[in-house]
Design a protein around this ligand. Structure first.
Ligand code: CUA
Length: 386
């Protein structure tokens, strides 16, 4: 049934764990609409023939016109049919919605053991940075049978990451980070397309996912060269005498270097002590009280926004003096910084820093309360800044 429908609808292979589920909803919607359309067409035909001009029925209807109104039982019967039809359609719609919503939530909740890859889109290329500090352009290497979470941002305009075989598509937006996850079920090569018009080279903005078995994957990652960070952040200390094997930097270590070179550490501490800006210790995943009484969760998106547009959401109790880093640090550096801040999430806060009231354990959920709505829980009463 699945194969038949897939062939009929000309869908590509299902190569991720969610693909089958998404296709089933697709089939359900298509089948119901096709059945509905056939029913309406059949009824139209039937009425055309049955009540055509000059038929016995139409003549009788003309004779009886105005003579008598339908009886009470007739009205009640018609009403019942109408209620049943409306109720049936409503519950069908509700069922679609429930299935769709559950899939949406699943697609936006990466499993805890996800492998994290940072994706940078630019005109007209995809770049990938892996947790071991390696990088690749155009080709995304993923392991088979392990969930992979992509944290994505753009250096210029809006792009969209699409792998048809995985049934996964997500916009990639400059100045903020979006995320998507998938788990590949079989080794192979899968095309990546950009599905948001992004300029003259949009149609050439393609890439490829190469899914490999566990050992092949580890070996391939080892062989990749470290990502290049602008500002010579990957340069290695010169060793006089013996040849020290060049240790590739992990993404977190790169983030640490970027933080030092970009001057972040002049205001932000990483050991939990108080300073000009909020400490990065225990920051990731915390609920941040904002100026104006609202709160934000320190997710990848919040951290990215705070670097690009620091005045958008100011941490309560801190002066809005941080300059924007838009244009000063590029996307791989933002990815490395965010990753570095993530690794500091379990460092305790001390010395003047109130422990933050609430923490999201594991990955920060991507579905967050809309701005302007009251927070779901852990509301922080606004206090006067010191
Ligand atoms: Cu990138 Cu279209």
């Amino acid at each position: 049934m699945n194969e038949l429908m897939r062939e009929l609808l000309m869908l590509p292979e299902q190569s991720s764990t969610v693909a089958g589920e998404i296709d089933r909803l697709h089939y359900f919607v298509i089948l119901v609409t096709m059945l509905g359309a056939t029913g309406v067409a059949a009824a139209t035909l039937w009425f055309l023939v049955r009540y055509r001009e000059g038929s016995a029925l139409s003549r009788r209807a003309r004779e009886h016109k105005g003579a008598e109104s339908p009886g009470r039982s007739g009205t009640r019967g018609a009403l019942l049919v109408e209620f049943a039809a409306v109720g049936g359609l409503l519950s069908l719609f509700l069922l679609w919605w429930v299935i769709g919503f559950r899939q949406f939530v699943r697609l936006h909740s990466p499993p805890d053991d996800s492998l994290e890859v940072y994706v940078t889109a630019k005109q007209w290329m995809w770049s990938f940075a892996y947790p071991n500090g390696a990088g690749s352009n155009g080709v995304l290497y993923v392991p088979v049978g392990q969930p992979v979470e992509l944290t994505m941002t753009s250096r210029d305009v809006v792009h969209s990451f699409f792998v048809p075989q995985f049934r996964v598509k997500q916009d990639v937006v400059p100045g903020r980070s979006t995320s998507v996850w998938f788990e590949v079920t079989r080794p192979g090569r899968y095309p990546i397309y950009c599905t948001e018009y992004c300029g003259a080279g949009h149609s050439t903005m393609r890439g490829e996912v190469i899914a490999l078995g566990g050992e092949d994957y580890a070996r391939t990652l080892e062989g990749l060269s470290p990502i290049h960070l602008a500002g010579a952040t990957t340069e290695r200390p010169a060793v006089v005498g013996e040849q020290a094997p060049a240790e590739p930097l992990s993404l977190a270590a790169m983030g640490q270097r970027v933080a030092a070179q970009a001057g972040c550490l002049r205001c932000h501490t990483v050991d939990g002590t108080a300073h000009t800006g909020p400490t990065w210790a225990g920051l990731y995943g915390a609920t941040i009280p904002l100026e104006g009484g609202e709160v934000a969760i320190a997710s990848e998106a919040y951290l990215t926004e705070s670097m690009m547009d620091p005045r958008a959401k100011v941490h309560l109790g801190f002066r809005p003096i941080m300059p924007s880093y838009q244009g000063f640090i590029d996307a791989p550096q933002v990815g490395a910084l965010v990753h570095y801040i993530r690794t500091l999430r379990d460092v305790p806060r001390t010395g003047g820093h109130e422990p933050l009231p609430e923490r999201v354990e594991g990955d920060v959920p991507l579905v967050q309360p809309l701005p302007g709505l009251p927070p779901v829980s852990g509301a922080v009463p606004p206090e006067a800044p010191p």
